[in-house]
Design a protein around this ligand. Structure first.
Ligand SMILES: CCCCCCCCCCCCCCCC(=O)SCCNC(=O)CCNC(=O)[C@H](O)C(C)(C)COP(=O)(O)OP(=O)(O)OC[C@H]1O[C@@H](n2cnc3c(N)ncnc32)[C@H](O)[C@@H]1OP(=O)(O)O
Length: 842
């Protein structure tokens, strides 16, 4: 059995995607041969329309489309066991993957007209419905909460102008504020039209085929949503996708209209309300929200909050489905961003106030072979975000239509009931505080809304914590149900296994093994076909800016002609490496906990790994189970604002046991107890003595040590010897190097904190300082990974330090200012913080 790649104890090995290709004569791998035609999935989006029957989706065919692929996205067995049981029909799980762009017209029974106008006929027969009840301005303005907010705003306005005694002023302010309320609502509300949805479905069938190879969905996942809705008629469905591209919402609505699911109203940032596009998006279901609810001075906009909350509540009560992007913006580095819970809190509030009976929550993952709307390299390097404009939008659409973007896979996680999540409430680990939100531990703040956007009641910390946990859970569920795309896997392997390049056949081999490994973890992939073809296609999709290809002549041995091989190399110079890392992050998500454990294990080993290879179980290299798991839990806590490692209901210690067991069953860790009794006792006592010595030595060497990095042993510690083969060593390094760039960024950020001693700085200036420091260190060769240069990761580090109580912040004139908390405002305590990270920096 191979480390992580083969069959695990207690798990059934999933069948291979494809029967293995027949062995070729001559020894040269197919992967090194001349490029063949694109794989089947890449061709499938072509316009080969069969002449007859119109079927919206056809199975990809063979076992790839069938039930032997892992079914991803099952809801949480701890928080929503009932939803899990009720909505997971084994037959539905067997339904296969469909390409929505394939409209099959091969049915000879269809009329000539249907065959000729197959796309029109296809869209005309879709069931596209929206609730009959329109949402008028009056329905929202008349709600008690909006009336209350109006009254409050009038009072505040009069007070601020010192006109409380004047009835004329009162009338005037009232009229002005009422007009403002109407204007807010008119700008916010959707003008969704089923005619426009139908027309767009038709247009998209044409447009998407120009730019994408396929749009893949799991029919079982769509069926699960429909079944859940049938079981609870009238319950709104809330789609909560990860946000990677502007195509996300287009595709989700497109999937819904194609599959007879009511298309949702989508919360769109009001920066998208630009001429031409704004009204179009509104007709397609967008309702516009301010991206920052409150004014730059930090004053609460009560009227706006009340209108947004009540608009959404009225829409939900009238049976509209809804969609919002829980991250609040597109991912900058390919990893999920911290969740924003404002809109989610409205749904929870609507349920708690019995405006709706329940809601079905559906986390959604979207995976792209090639991201279509550009990369965020500029922002990663600290440049400000570009605003939206008509010209930029037209330019982007033009570029998109001309480009090749491979496939997209959309995964809808299993729907779960909000009522069940809130009543089971199994989230013992307090969720990490959300970006920009009130820390959970803070005392009730009179300036904070009670239980949702607009609430004048007492802050309910319990409820805020429930909403935060829900947001964190949804984010984790959506990230866990993302299929891994071929480009992501190739990027991961090139950056972390073959950083200095390899032959195409070596890459193909590793690709196949890692894909099989993912399948044993029940992670599906967004491609199918012969592995060599898939890898070649992925390399070409990534393009020469990210992966270079070279044909090399290699000696074929005595009396043999030279062999021609293709050598591929990742482009690791800046800024290209940031884009390659973006893709690799999509594939590294399922390996996150393993990577943390591998990095912790390597941090505890003091011998050279190369010396361990094939040396058999060696007594020079033992670790204690508790010691290793404690170190890994520390590292997981450090990185938990950047990496999604476990849902909020699952203690990290529990999540770490799976990768630990993988290490033991692959015999990388061999229990000392498995040795003959007398031998194992001797080993255990020697190992314990050695680690005690090491720890004492480390303590005496470090001025900073405050015990945080002493991953010591309990009395009943179980010891393991580390035993490596070339393969398992490679695998450990592969995993460790996935977190190494993040650890480097955290480390440098911690080192730069001394600049805050005795002063506050604008967060964005501090981030620029750290970027500058990292750039210098990279130029001097003191850091190994260009990917460490990431503004997003620096911000994650700052969030972690805020969570640990090292930093604090406040907003002033639209700027966030950061400063050191009292107990860390000095070089000594900051040194201790650095020492907490240092052991993991290899
Ligand atoms: C057929 C084919 C068709 C195809 C064609 C379809 C096209 C169809 C339409 C296109 C559509 C485009 C779509 C674009 C995609 C975007 O534009 S993405 C950007 C817009 N969307 C989002 O941001 C959604 C998620 N964001 C949120 O929920 C944010 O919270 C908000 C509401 C935007 C506000 O953000 P913020 O001002 O930064 O404030 P935040 O710290 O989040 O908190 C605000 C309040 O929320 C509440 N809150 C926050 N956390 C909590 C909590 N844990 N518990 C309770 N309350 C909480 C509190 O009241 C808080 O205020 P305080 O009491 O703290 O003062």
């Amino acid at each position: 059995m191979t480390l992580f790649g083969g069959q695990q104890q207690g798990t059934v090995s999933a069948p291979r995607l494809q029967p293995p290709a027949p062995a070729r004569k001559g020894g040269a791998s197919r992967a090194d041969g001349p490029p063949s035609a694109a794989p089947s999935w890449a061709r499938s989006g072509g316009s080969t329309l069969a002449p007859f029957k119109v079927t919206p989706m056809i199975q990809l065919g063979g076992r790839d489309g069938g039930g032997d692929r892992p079914y991803m996205g099952g809801c949480c067995p701890r928080c929503t066991p009932h939803s899990k049981k009720a909505h997971l029909d084994p037959q539905v799980m067997q339904l296969g993957i469909r390409n929505l762009l394939r409209v099959n017209t091969m049915d000879p029974d269809r009329s000539f007209l249907v065959r000729t106008f197959c796309f029109i006929s296809h869209t005309a027969t879709r069931e596209i419905r929206q609730p009959k009840a329109d949402i008028s301005n009056q329905a929202v303005l008349d709600t008690d909460a909006v009336q209350l907010a109006l009254e409050q705003s009038v009072e505040m306005e009069l007070e601020s102008r010192g006109l409380t005694e004047s009835p004329e002023a009162d009338q005037l302010v009232r009229r002005v504020l009422y007009a403002r309320a109407e204007a807010i609502l008119t700008g916010m509300r959707t003008t969704i039209s089923t005619v426009m949805l139908r027309f767009s479905t038709w247009a998209l069938l044409h447009l998407l085929r120009c730019m994408l190879g396929s749009v893949l969905v799991h029919k079982g996942q769509l069926e699960a949503v429909k079944q859940a809705q049938r079981a609870s008629p009238g319950t709104p469905v809330i789609f909560l996708p990860l946000h990677k591209s502007h195509l996300d919402y287009i595709l989700l609505s497109f999937v819904c209209t194609n599959y007879g699911i009511q298309a949702p109203l989508v919360a769109a940032g009001d920066n998208l309300r630009i001429p031409l596009f704004g009204p179009l998006l509104s007709r397609l279901g967008a309702f516009f929200v301010k991206r920052r609810l409150d004014t730059a001075s930090g004053r609460k906009d009560l009227l706006y909050r009340a209108i947004l909350q009540n608009y959404m509540e009225v829409a939900l009560a009238r049976g509209y489905n809804m969609e919002f992007f829980i991250e609040g913006g597109r991912s900058r580095n390919g990893r999920p961003r911290p969740p924003k819970a404002g809109l989610l809190s409205v749904v929870v509030h609507a349920f708690n106030q019995q405006r709706i009976d329940d809601a079905l929550l559906v986390p959604v993952g979207v995976s792209y072979d090639r991201i279509i709307d550009g990369n965020f390299i500029g922002e990663q390097l600290g440049r400000p975000k570009q605003g939206e404009s008509v010209a930029a939008a037209v330019r982007a659409i033009w570029a998109v239509l001309r480009g090749r973007h491979g496939s997209v896979r959309l995964d809808l996680a299993q729907p779960f009931k909000l009522s069940e999540f809130l009543s089971t409430g199994r989230y013992p680990r307090p969720a990490p505080p959300l970006l920009d939100s009130v820390p959970l531990s803070s005392s009730p703040d009179s300036n904070s809304s009670g239980s949702s956007l607009f609430g004048l009641d007492q802050v309910d910390l319990q409820q805020r914590s429930a909403v935060s946990a829900l947001a964190q859970h949804v984010l984790y569920d959506a990230a866990s149900c993302c299929a891994v795309m071929s480009t992501q896997l190739v990027a991961l392997l090139l950056l972390h296994r073959f950083r200095s390049g390899c032959t195409l056949s070596a890459l193909t081999n590793a690709f196949g093994k890692t894909r099989d490994d993912l399948r044993t973890r029940r992670v599906d992939v967004g491609f199918t076909g012969e592995t060599g073809d898939v890898v070649r296609s992925a390399v070409s999709l990534l393009g020469p800016g990210l992966v270079t290809e070279e044909r090399l002549q290699m000696s074929g041995g005595p009396d043999r002609p030279p062999l021609e091989v293709t050598f591929v190399r990742p482009v690791t110079i800046l800024p290209n490496v940031l884009e390659l890392a973006y893709y690799s992050h999509g594939a590294s998500q399922p390996l996150g906990v393993d990577a943390v454990l591998a990095a912790s294990l390597l941090s505890l080993l003091t011998v050279d790994l190369a010396a361990l290879v094939d040396a058999g179980p060696t007594r020079d290299c033992e670790v204690g189970q508790h010691q290793l798991l404690t170190a890994a839990a520390h590292l997981a806590d450090l990185l938990s604002d950047e990496l999604l490692l476990a849902p909020p209901c699952r203690p990290i210690e529990d999540a770490l046991t799976e990768p630990f067991n993988r290490l033991t069953s692959a015999e990388v860790l061999v229990s000392v107890q498995d040795k003959p009794a007398n031998e194992s006792e001797e080993w255990a006592s020697r190992a314990f003595a050695r680690f005690r010595d090491q720890t004492e030595q480390a303590d005496s060497e470090s001025d900073y040590s405050d015990g945080d990095t002493d991953f010591g042993h309990p009395a009943n510690e179980t010891f393991y010897m580390v035993q490596l083969t070339a393969d398992s060593r490679e695998q450990l390094l592969f995993l460790q190097s996935q977190v190494a760039p993040v650890i480097d960024t955290y480390y440098i950020t911690a080192c730069c904190l001394h600049r805050l001693v005795g002063q506050e700085l604008a967060e964005q200036d501090f981030v620029l300082d750290v970027l500058y420091e990292i750039k210098n260190k990279l130029m001097l060769g003191m850091l190994a990974y260009g990917e460490s240069l990431s503004a997003e990761t620096i911000r994650s580090a700052l969030r972690t330090f805020r969570r640990w109580g090292v930093l604090d912040s406040f907003d002033q004139d639209g700027l966030r200012l950061i400063y050191l908390s009292r107990q860390y405002d000095g070089d000594q305590p900051l040194g201790r913080l650095v020492a907490r990270i240092l052991p993991f920096k290899k």
